[in-house]
Structures are given as structure tokens and as C-alpha cells.
Design a protein around this ligand. Structure first.
Ligand code: ADP
Ligand code: MG
Length: 240
């Protein structure tokens, strides 16, 4: 579904992605782990072309990522992204937040978009909040709306960049539960998170990054119980 082939990226002199090769199969859940500054966010942003790359290629469903115009807008719809900060539109209702993309980008009729948005909001457990504004919801609820908003575009892949790290501890599981459900439904997912429970329950593979490079790839259980590289051992020693 997503193939990164010899991808390099620099920010000025800083080499932030170093010869990254990664293949993500349809329906696969890849958990990306690594120290702060290792390039995890840049990797996600490269996959939906929020960041251009300098070398190598990235393909989605066999096609190179488009660089501009209508094709780029379509790509952003096909690759859903959920960030650490929920980024909902503050002056729009929850329902409007979810219908905006389908109406504006995909040209859906309002009633069709609303019906689907309500189904998605129900699915993530905030259906009864549809007429409220983001500030009236908890962080966990807002993040679940952000997931529903991305799903409304019927993406082929979902990218999650530390989706629970800005949440109060008691709200983390309600967001992870939605992500586990999504994984079970067969969504292709790239998830940057240090939530080991999620990685073990839903992850097919862990990719460990350090200093812009993929240092280790393994099944979650294997990675957490028997990391091979010194970098991974050192990192797990700090977070466990
Ligand atoms: P991570 O998500 O693993 O913490 P990032 O992908 O955010 O890492 O960042 C990788 C490196 O690139 C870091 O050293 C960071 O400071 C740097 N970086 C990220 N974004 C930019 C940018 N827009 N301009 C310059 N440097 C950046
Ligand atoms: Mg990051």
C-alpha cells in the first residue's frame, strides 16, 4: 500500500531521514517508535507530502505521490492524519468539522455527508456531541472527533502521530480503543506511539527509528522482549 524506497530528507544541514526503506502492506499496522528528534513525525509528514523529500521515492497504491494541484488534494484525502494536537476548527461544530472535507474536497451533498458523519461520530462514541463545539469536549473526545474527521474522507491509509501524548492519562484508553477497532476493521495504519499496549494488541510490526534511520524492525512482542540493537535496548530501558 505504501512503499518508501531509499528516502532521504534534509532540513538544511540536518539529515533527518537517512535512506529509509519501508513497505507497508494493505491492512498492516506499523508502529513507529524512537527517541524524540529521530524523524518519526517527518516520516509521517512525508507520506502525505506535508514534507517533500530530497531523494528516493514514496508510492501509495503503486503510484508516486503527486507534487501539487488537485492530485495533491486527493492524496491528502487518501492519507488520513491524526496529530498530537487535535487541530479541530474551533468555530465549527463537531458535525461541521467532520463534514467539511467531504463537502469541500469530495463534493459530497450535505445530507449525505451529514449522515455518514453521524455514523462515524457514533462509531467513535461521540454521536451525542455532534452539535457542540470542540472546546465543549474533553481532549479524548476531541481526538476521537479528529479520527472520525479523517475517516470521513475514506482514506486508504491512516497516519497517527503521537495521538495520545497530549491527553490526560484517563483519556488515553478511549482513544486507543478506537484505534484498535480501526485496526481490526482492516485499516492500513502507521502509528507513532510509545503505547506498548497498543503496539502489542494491534501492531503487526514495530519500526524503531534513531537519528533519522530505521535501526530495527520486528514483531511487537519480539521487539519489546528481545530488542537487538544497543539503541533500542537503551531507549526501551528509558521508557519501560
Ligand atoms: P520526532 O517526531 O521523531 O521527534 P521529527 O521528525 O519531528 O522527530 O524531527 C526530526 C529532526 O528534524 C529533529 O532534529 C527536528 O528538530 C528537525 N526538524 C523537524 N522539523 C523541522 C523543520 N521544519 N525545520 C528544521 N528542522 C526540523
Ligand atoms: Mg514527532
Amino acid at each position: 500500500m505504501v512503499v518508501l524506497d531509499h528516502v532521504d530528507k534534509w532540513f538544511g544541514d540536518l539529515h533527518v531521514l537517512k535512506d529509509v526503506d519501508l513497505r507497508i502492506g494493505r491492512g498492516e499496522v506499523v508502529v513507529v517508535i524512537g527517541p524524540s528528534g529521530s524523524g518519526k513525525s517527518t516520516l509521517c509528514r512525508a507520506i502525505n507530502r506535508l514534507e517533500p523529500i530530497d531523494k528516493g521515492t514514496i508510492t501509495l497504491d503503486g503510484k508516486p505521490l503527486p507534487e501539487e494541484g488537485k492530485e495533491l488534494a486527493a492524496l491528502r484525502a487518501e492519507v488520513g492524519m491524526v496529530f498530537q494536537s487535535f487541530n479541530l476548527f474551533a468555530h465549527k461544530t463537531i458535525l461541521e468539522n467532520v463534514t467539511l472535507g467531504p463537502i469541500k474536497v469530495r463534493g459530497e451533498k450535505k445530507d449525505v455527508a451529514e449522515k455518514r458523519a453521524r455514523e462515524l461520530l457514533d462509531r467513535v462514541g461521540v454521536g451525542h456531541q455532534a452539535e457542540k463545539y470542540p472546546a465543549q469536549l474533553s481532549g479524548g473526545q476531541q481526538q476521537r472527533v479528529a479520527i472520525a474527521r479523517a475517516l470521513a474522507m475514506e482514506p486508504k491509509v491512516m497516519l497517527f502521530d503521537e495521538p495520545t501524548s497530549a491527553l490526560d492519562p484517563e483519556m488515553i484508553s478511549e482513544v486507543l480503543d478506537v484505534m484498535v477497532d480501526l485496526a481490526k476493521r482492516g485499516m492500513t495504519m502507521v502509528v507513532v506511539t510509545h503505547e506498548m499496549g497498543f503496539a502489542r494488541t494491534a501492531g503487526d510490526r514495530v519500526v524503531f527509528m534513531a537519528d533519522g534511520a530505521i535501526v530495527e524492525e520486528a514483531a511487537p512482542e519480539q521487539f519489546f522482549t528481545n530488542p537487538q540493537s544497543d539503541r533500542a535496548k537503551d531507549f526501551l530501558g528509558k521508557i519501560l
